[in-house]
Design a protein around this ligand. Sequence first.
Ligand SMILES: NC(=O)N[C@@H](CC(=O)O)C(=O)O
Length: 446
Amino acid sequence: MTNSSFLLRGATLADGSTADIAIVDGGITGIGSGLDAFGATVVDAAGLLALPGLVDLHTHLREPGFEDSETVLTGTRAAAAGGFTTVFAMANTSPVADTAGLVEQELALGEASGYATVQPIGAVTTGLAGERLAELGAMASSRARVRLFSDDGFCVSDPLLMRRALEYVKAFDGAIAQHAQEPRLTVGAQMNEGEVSTRLGLTGWPAVAEEAIIARDVLLTEHVGSRLHVCHVSTAGSVDIIRWAKARGIAVTAEVTPHHLLLTDDLAESYDARFKVNPPLRSAEDVEAVRAGLADGTIDIVATDHAPHPDQHKDCAWPEAANGMVGLESALSVVHAAMVDTGLIEWSDVARVLSEAPARIGRLEGMGTGLTIGSRADVVLYDTRAARAFGVESLAGKSANSPYLGRRLPGRVVATFHRGVPTVLDGRLRPHDEVVAGQKAVTARG
Ligand SMILES: NC(=O)N[C@@H](CC(=O)O)C(=O)O
């Protein structure tokens, strides 16, 4: 029989204290010193940081439709490798996730994987076409319980449609997650508009194209009394607008990606399309501003925007290459480097921005409380003292379009538990059949 009891012995908690963590049948049943092993499998966690399982509010899983880039199974393996136990799946699949049936199908694919919980995001408009609202209410009341809606990849640029969407989701405490990009200001854009784009002769994507939409949307949100989430904030001006909106009491939350916390637009000088992403990498001043915004709470969370693309869409001339970077496997290490090693935030803040707050923004039932007795046993054990040269062997998904290949990154995920089942142990992914058997046993006993 699969053992569904674990004792994580001597872990360091986010507040710096040391404790054992007892896991039984998918839940955390004890946190304290000297806990009895009572037949559980003992995991030596001495010197390892225990964080609540990470929650990514912005993942592209590509299935159905683009399985050459990623599938739900490979994407959730990448999630587990990076310490994630829940991922919100963006709607830009083919077909687009714009009906109750399609979000339920995505949910079921996640359940079959077992490596992480997949929470579908619904499209705001049918086919992401920006013309008419999708079945928001039906997706909300489906088995997938959708609360976040996004046309990510495209901006809901029509202000009347955005207003209607914000009004509609109020009925079930939903939110619109906006990809803020004024399309007319970014026609043909290839990279951040600035000194580097001028030098390289590449069409620029100006900061104002993001900021103008965020400014419009926080005002619309205030006007209709709804809830807005801003995807991948990348400019200093965006941080200022969100800070202003929050001070005014507007219900807006925001995310920043790991890559916008660490990388700058001069990387485009290499013409290596691994650095091509939407929104684009920005200036050093923007990086400083989004770091400050995350540190002071203006930006609520870090979300990966994990966007896998196969080699043929990246190993080509910059203008032809697809936008996007994989990010699940590297996110925790990048936040470690950009925010913790720089002294801007503490590990307890990392637990908040990479787990607790995203669970709350996405309205995941019974989650967002962190590591507490009675909560679901989603736990990551992280070695903060390790460092590694990030290489293809660090990737567990299907695509290798990581901007960190060849870079040295701090930290290493040693173990991940999803619903009390190890998905990673001793730094290695567990085989799929063992993960599935473990999840079945937990479901049967729970
Ligand atoms: N973030 C990206 O660079 N790419 C996203 C979609 C998008 O936002 O353009 C993708 O789905 O590939």
